[in-house]
Design a protein around this ligand. Structure first.
Ligand code: CP
Length: 304
């Protein structure tokens, strides 16, 4: 099997796993600088194509704001109205953008590891904006930055990731990165959705007083083959962060959710903007972190 390390293209970012701890720390440092107002601009024409083959609000528009703030020329692509509707493949679509002069591709696609089938055919870097239930490296970086802003170290933090882990690219990327930095990662939710993860399975009610970070996940109905066996109310009562449960959290514990949020399902409506919640802070940090990732792609890709 060809590993990413063997063929890594300067500046590309496909998975959080391909970054070593030093590289993650550099991106978090740069992200924090941008969050504090750092100014940086490209000095030549750089064209970035945002290719979203799956719906997105936060990732798509935070990339666009980051790109425009950094002075890039932005090409926004959506399947609707493109030649994909006439049967053009992913490979031919990305090769077309390369031929037209794009210097960088930001891609979201519903297929796990979609990038493996196209990256070796390209000379320009890809930034993965989410692949199926596989990876979401920039979400992971913005989550790490949000946690870093609250706690002196990742080491020893108790993090519980709750919900639809089976279909979550966010959970996979975050569990990997947090564990490498010494956090104690636990997973919670319906047991059918926890298999395949080598982390401690817990009942949310058994850990609430001890956790520093509660990371909630959306139920990804679009990736489910069968209907959920619970009503929304039943799911909320069994597995969700209810108002009663949140009262047992430590004073400085934080709630994260990558969004979009199903209010009243994985989290009580009133908690989305509560004292413990950092959900909108995560979105704000998304712009800063994506600026850091784009700057890295430009510098390492020789596009300065
Ligand atoms: N967190 C996240 O990826 O949200 P979007 O699907 O809206 O981009």
């Amino acid at each position: 099997m060809v590993t990413l390390e063997q063929t890594a293209r300067p500046g590309e970012l496909l998975t959080i796993e391909e970054l070593d701890k030093r590289e993650i720390e550099e991106l978090l440092f740069e992200g924090e600088q941008f969050a504090r107002g750092k100014q940086w601009q490209v000095t030549r024409d750089v064209f970035v194509a945002n290719l979203f083959f799956e719906p997105s609000t936060r990732t798509r528009f935070s990339f666009e704001i980051a790109e425009k703030t950094l002075g890039l020329n932005v090409l926004n692509f959506s399947e609707q109205g493109s030649s994909v509707q006439k049967g053009e493949s992913l490979l031919d679509t990305v090769k077309t953008f390369e031929a037209l002069g794009a210097n960088l591709l930001v891609i979201r696609h519903p297929r796990n590891d979609y990038f493996q089938s196209i990256r070796t055919a390209l000379t320009i870097p890809i930034i993965n904006a989410g692949d199926g239930s596989g990876h979401h490296p920039t979400q992971s970086l913005l989550d790490l930055l949000t946690i870093k802003q609250e706690f002196p170290s990742f080491k020893g933090l108790n993090v519980v990731i709750c919900g639809d882990l089976r279909h979550s690219r966010v959970a996979r990327s975050n569990a990997n990165a947090l564990t490498r930095f010494g956090a104690n990662v636990m997973i919670s939710g319906p047991k059918e959705w926890l298999y395949g993860y080598d982390y401690e399975h817990v009942n949310i009610d058994d850990v609430l007083e001890d956790v520093d970070v509660v990371m909630l996940l959306r139920i990804q109905h679009e990736r489910h083959e069968d209907d959920m066996p619970w009503t929304k109310e039943e799911y909320h009562r069994r597995y969700g962060l209810t108002i009663k449960r949140v009262q047992r959290l430590k004073k400085d514990a934080i709630i994260l959710h990558p969004g979009p949020v199903n209010r009243g399902v994985e989290i009580a409506d009133e908690l989305v903007e509560s004292e413990h919640s950092r959900i909108f802070k995560q979105m704000k940090n998304g712009v800063a972190v994506r600026k850091a990732v784009i700057k890295r792609a430009i510098e390492k890709g020789g596009l300065l």
